[in-house]
Design a protein around this ligand. Sequence first.
Ligand SMILES: Cc1cc2nc3c(=O)[nH]c(=O)nc-3n(C[C@H](O)[C@H](O)[C@H](O)COP(=O)(O)OP(=O)(O)OC[C@H]3O[C@@H](n4cnc5c(N)ncnc54)[C@H](O)[C@@H]3O)c2cc1C
Length: 387
Amino acid sequence: MSIDILIIGGGLIGSSVAYHLAKSGKASEIVVLEPDPTYEFATTPKGSGGVRRLFSRPENVALGSYGLEFYSTFKETMAIDGEPADISFKPQGYLFLSDGGDSSQMRSNYETQTANGVGAELLEQGDLKKRFPSVNFDDVEIGVLTPDDAWIDPHAAMMGFRRMARHLGVEYRKDRVVDWQGDGAAARHVTLESGQTISANTFVLAAGAWSGEIAAMLDWDVPIRPMSRQTHYFLCMAEIEPLPFLKSETDLAFRPEGAGFTGGKPDWSVGPGFNWNYAPDWFENEVWPALAHRVPALEEIRLERTWACHYERNELDKNAIIGRWDGGMENVYIASGFSGHGIMQAPGAGCALSELILDGAYSTMDVTRLGYDRVANNEPYPELGIV
Ligand SMILES: Cc1cc2nc3c(=O)[nH]c(=O)nc-3n(C[C@H](O)[C@H](O)[C@H](O)COP(=O)(O)OP(=O)(O)OC[C@H]3O[C@@H](n4cnc5c(N)ncnc54)[C@H](O)[C@@H]3O)c2cc1C
């Protein structure tokens, strides 16, 4: 089989790329390879769904802004035959807290955010206490609030992109890439678990936590590794005012979800690799005390559920890799390694990459700094402050 564009991985990122390519009307014969239509092991359905613009790098602010705008009308724009694509868009805000003892980075990031059009508010400790009386801010110097930021149901967004991409003519094929061959100048074809091969003019690698191992099939060095994380869902009986998505310099992150809350704290002692187990005492010893410290009413909670899933972490700098394999096989593109930002960045990444593939240049937003060049040249471009 020979086609025009082959996308490896049909999660949120691959599906957004497929949708944007198909929507342009300039591409034909697009196939997405996705081995697991239930997405049991994919990262997307298990992510927290946060959509924010609180970043230090202008490219990440731009991707977040595009994502927020896109998701705010997703229900209508991705409707098919009058059937809405509801992603439970909740614009309940984000609040970053400086509790690490030095607020200078957060203050400087705030300047970048407002200069890039983000409606952020810098709140001193006294203002924070008035705004959110349930929260303990005694160890917090400042907070930065974006009241219009949001969270969504990431599984619904992925299915919305997938449904619309198929509606526009994209084929989703249930199969897994087991080998990828090129001739030095260009990639030529992939071999699938089913034994078939597919040749393509253009390849897009969007396989999340599996991207590093798939790139290695082409002898392409892509430093994306799975990084196991555990997340919790818990209920609290006490009345708490509606909270935004809280994220602090000391790593605690949580937000309201239905009748309870969801969130956690990373265990930095866990090394890279697929690991579906979670440490049963991590919540009790690390997460719960941190929650109760930040919101005293969370001293009394009921843990309902814990699950493990994986960041697709770019080991170079924990930022996405979006672009073409310049200096390598130049018909190969990548959108992966989002390291905890792939839900909010999926619409923008799909839009940008489709422009690069079809027009040879970015027009909606310039994400050149997030390209593969920085990996090849070992020039990290990390977020500054909260990642
Ligand atoms: C705990 C946690 C919380 C998060 N919270 C947020 C958040 O609040 N906001 C945010 O923006 N981001 C968040 N993220 C990050 C976000 O979830 C990811 O960046 C995003 O879902 C990645 O999407 P993806 O399509 O690249 O990967 P996936 O959803 O994993 O999709 C990759 C697909 O590739 C397929 N695949 C694998 N191997 C092959 C192969 N050999 N051939 C073909 N296909 C293959 C897989 O089956 C899979 O479906 C969070 C992540 C975690 C772990």
